[in-house]
Design a protein around this ligand. Structure first.
Ligand code: IPE
Ligand code: IPE
Ligand code: MG
Length: 240
């Protein structure tokens, strides 16, 4: 077997909009939750591949604030799948050195889901190879609204002056404050939009869209995205 060539210029943070589970299921005459179950397999493969490629942060859009509006059956199935996956995947994640963090407002989750969130975050807290950030009950506008309120309160109670509000200050008060901005954002499933994901953080991210439905996305799909990224020239508004 030939050793795969390593890619130059690996992004520090890759964010993925994991889209296409429902269509994948429909094409097979299955119910939508079957697509989400298959999607967990892709998550497992991509996490393993991300560790192998040397990516340090992987942010996965898992459940948007708007996704609560889906049929209750589907929402329940996704929440149940999350809890089951926590139990099933924790040993392998620990072995791989993966730390799991949840990003989003937890208030909307049931007690049970919150308990599983606490459990996976504490069980994997020592992971140093890769941090996987699961964006759950996350949306960019929700995040920016919450941050705006927090900062407004700091001004109102005199903790900070208006002049202290810089773009760095705002970044440091978002849900994503512990992580760098995404270098690369991948969207599977063929749509060309961000769907309320990391809109502030994506200011200078490279975007990569693929028609591959999320349950079909695998380590080769990740590699293709990384190769495309390696060929990009980022200018950040400057002259190269
Ligand atoms: C993405 O797949 C997963 C979630 C939003 C939870 P979808 O469920 O949106 O799949 P499509 O877009 O309907 O195919
Ligand atoms: C984005 O996908 C949310 C997740 C992948 C979790 P959606 O399927 O919800 O986005 P739209 O509705 O196509 O914009
Ligand atoms: Mg979708």
């Amino acid at each position: 077997m030939t050793q795969e060539k390593s890619i130059q210029n690996i992004p520090t943070l890759v964010a993925i909009i994991m889209d296409g589970n429902g269509r994948w299921a429909k094409m097979r005459g299955k119910a939508r939750p079957e697509g989400h179950i298959a999607g967990v397999e892709s998550v497992r493969k991509v996490i393993k591949a991300a560790v192998a490629e040397g990516i340090k942060f992987l942010t996965l859009y898992t459940f948007s604030t708007e996704n609560w509006g889906r049929p209750q059956e589907e929402v329940d199935a996704i929440m149940e799948l999350f809890c089951r996956s926590v139990i099933a995947e924790t040993p392998e994640l620990k072995k791989e050195g993966v730390r799991i963090r949840i990003m989003g407002d937890r208030i909307a989750f049931s007690k049970k889901v919150n308990a599983y969130i606490d459990r996976i975050e504490s069980d994997t807290a020592e992971g140093e190879a890769l941090t996987v950030v699961l964006a759950m009950n996350y949306s960019s506008r929700y995040e920016l609204t919450a941050t705006t309120k927090d900062i407004a309160r700091m001004v109102a109670d005199g903790t900070i002056k208006v002049e202290e509000i810089t773009s760095e200050f705002i970044s440091q008060h978002l849900y994503s404050k512990d992580y760098p901005d995404p270098d690369l954002i991948i969207r599977s499933g063929g749509e060309y939009r961000l769907s309320n994901f990391l809109m502030w953080q994506a200011a200078y991210s490279e975007l990569y869209f693929t028609p591959t439905l999320w349950p079909d996305f695998d380590k080769e799909s990740l590699r293709e995205a990384l190769e495309a990224y390696a060929g990009r020239q980022r200018r950040f508004g400057l002259v190269k």
